[in-house]
Write a protein that binds this ligand. Structure first.
Ligand SMILES: Cc1cc2nc3c(=O)[nH]c(=O)nc-3n(C[C@H](O)[C@H](O)[C@H](O)COP(=O)(O)O)c2cc1C
Length: 257
């Protein structure tokens, strides 16, 4: 498949065959992944390949018991990592300027770019992936399980394996609603309604098709998709708690000086 075709065929895969991924294939995928652009060409990230069942069982809990963490043969965790670079600076008598939030963001951007390159490389080889938001929202637990030293923070991660399902493509907001020509064009109410028109129906129908979410939606009495997002899925309380957790972890990992 061409790169464009691979990108257009993407769907998150949440059910996997137990077949292992051959080492040679995984290496090819990772080698392609690390060709991503990298700030200052410093490669301030680490990729952790987890196959071990015991570790995946621990990660399964940190990832809110999402079954794909146990089902997929491989879990990849992409970490912002200035630990390696700072070690090199230290033994090279070079000043160290990388224990701050700016450095975390530089490393996080690198890690995210690599992760999506790896995802596309994997999909081009017939494998499936599903990102796990808990990699970041539970970064402290994930970091502990993966034995991360200071200056290393898990940012994104995904399950990887041979798909055991063939889900339909999911919709995206229309291109016109996402792209601005030359400078930012702010939206009128009518434009916002048009951009979200299809999503309001498809998104609502999708959530209502999952028994657990359907029950939560009915119990909470929300009436539209926008309310589902902020009264059921991403509440102010949970977002504030996760924000505090992440900031505390960044502090503990020596990124907030
Ligand atoms: C950063 C990030 C975190 C995600 N976390 C989860 C997750 O924890 N569980 C899950 O089932 N899907 C997760 N997803 C997948 C999204 O739900 C999915 O990409 C989106 O619904 C679009 O569907 P598609 O990938 O099949 O096109 C995540 C995606 C991203 C980019």
């Amino acid at each position: 498949m061409s790169v464009i075709d691979t990108i257009h065929a993407h769907r998150s895969i949440r059910k996997y065959k137990s077949d292992p991924i051959p080492d040679a294939m995984l290496n090819t995928i990772l080698a392609a992944g690390i060709q991503a652009s990298s700030s200052g060409n410093m490669q301030t990230y680490s990729i952790i390949v987890t196959r071990d069942r015991y570790l995946r069982e621990q990660l399964y809990e940190a990832h809110y018991e999402q079954s794909m963490v146990l089902e997929a043969p491989v879990l990849l965790t992409f970490c912002a990592d200035f630990h390696r670079m700072r070690h090199w600076l230290r033994i090279s008598s070079a000043p160290d300027n990388f224990d701050n939030f700016m450095s975390f963001m530089i490393a996080a951007i690198d890690a995210i770019l690599v992760s999506q390159n790896v995802a596309l490389a994997a999909e081009s080889q017939g494998l499936g992936i599903c990102y796990l938001g808990s990699t970041f929202s539970n970064c402290d637990r994930v970091g502990k399980i993966l034995n991360l030293p200071a200056n290393v923070v898990p940012v994104v991660g995904f399950t990887l394996g041979y798909p055991n399902e063939d889900p339909p493509l999911r919709d995206r907001l229309p291109l016109d609603g996402l792209v601005h020509q030359e400078t930012y064009h702010d939206y009128s109410d009518a434009e916002i309604q048009e951009i979200y028109r299809e999503r309001e129906v498809k998104g609502w129908d999708r959530y209502m098709s999952y028994p657990r979410l359907r029950k939560m939606i009915i119990d909470s009495g929300v009436e539209n998709l926008a309310q589902v997002y902020t009264e059921v899925k991403y509440t102010r309380q949970s977002h504030q708690a996760f924000s505090r957790k992440v900031l505390n972890y960044l502090e503990a990992q020596d990124f907030m000086n």
